[in-house]
Ligand binder design. Structure first.
Ligand code: 5RP
Length: 294
């Protein structure tokens, strides 16, 4: 029974003070339910507005790619420095400790491999399991202009509808088939389609020309993929330019876990994304940390 002794009656009702009402910080997310906004705040840092997502979901269609042969050996040590873990349920359950405070963006599509047509994906996770694994977001890929374009868009629509039932936001990943154009025109098209269908944030690739058009015409936050491994300074410059031109963070894999010094690299990426550090300063930081860690 509750202790009823010593109850104090309320007396300070703030009469005359208007009720506090804060605008939600994230682009295009003001009209979402509290739970959705709460989950998005676990992904995007409310202070910087940005995120460093660590992508290590490549195995779902590529198998044991370089740096991902043993997730327990390579990825576990990076987890403390990521805001979000972008991974499959198999990778999380088998290789990553749940005793971390990181948001999970669960890869929810699959069903193809690098040996066949990449766009031939299905929704590969039931919503119940996304809830069980405590996902802060679910991700699926759309392949605009590819053979299975319609099927991949349909996967996104299904995931968004089930996500709304449980308050879980969806990341629309703009996948590119091997013969697709990598231009601002193409990515603007793909990102806008994802957002119009209800994706709560969108992942795309940085392009040197007119990337601002991609971010400006997408009404929800954009995070960039790192793409194939490039020199560390170039990757930091890419991240900086993307943020400068309106991206809200990175969902980076190979340029972190295939780096000569993955921990130094993820810390340098964080400095760019959250502290608006220049790429050159972040690269200095990378080198210093690399030497210390070695
Ligand atoms: C695979 C993905 C990956 O998560 C992402 O593209 C990988 O990141 P990176 O390009 O930085 O290695 O969506 O389709």
């Amino acid at each position: 029974m509750a202790d009823l002794d010593g109850l104090k009656e309320g007396k300070d009702f703030g009469i005359g003070i208007p009720v506090k009402s804060e605008k939600f910080f994230l682009k295009g997310s003001q009209a979402l339910d509290w739970g959705m906004q709460h989950r998005l705040s676990q992904i995007f840092n409310p202070k910087s507005g940005n995120t460093v997502m660590l992508a290590f979901d490549h195995g779902y269609f590529q198998g044991p790619a370089t740096g991902l042969e043993r997730l327990d050996l390579t990825i576990s040590s990076l987890v403390p420095y990521a805001d979000v873990l972008m991974a499959t349920r198999g990778a999380l359950r088998s290789s990553i400790t749940p005793a971390n405070h990181k948001a999970v963006c669960l890869r929810c599509s699959g069903g193809q491999s690098i040996l066949k047509e990449l766009s031939n994906e299905a929704v590969a996770v039931e919503i119940d399991d996304a809830v069980r694994i405590n996902a802060s977001a679910m991700a699926t890929q759309i392949y605009i202009g590819s053979e299975y374009e319609h099927q991949s868009i349909n996967n996104l629509i299904k995931l968004i509808d089930t996500g709304y039932k449980f308050g879980i936001p969806v990341l629309g990943v703009t996948g590119v088939g091997s013969d697709m154009d990598r231009t601002a025109k193409y990515f603007s098209l793909a990102c806008r389609i994802a957002a119009e269908l209800g994706a709560h944030f969108v992942k795309t690739y940085f392009v040197e020309k007119d990337f601002e058009h991609v971010t400006a015409s997408c009404p929800v936050p954009i995070v960039i993929a790192g793409g194939k491994k490039i020199p560390e300074l170039d990757a930091l410059q890419m991240a900086h330019k993307a943020i400068d031109q309106g991206a809200s963070g990175v969902d980076m894999g190979r340029n972190i876990f295939q780096s000569d010094s993955p921990i130094a690299m993820i810390k340098a990426v964080r400095a760019v994304v959250h502290e608006n550090e220049t790429a050159e300063k972040a690269y200095e930081m990378y080198n210093t940390l690399k030497n210390e860690l070695n």
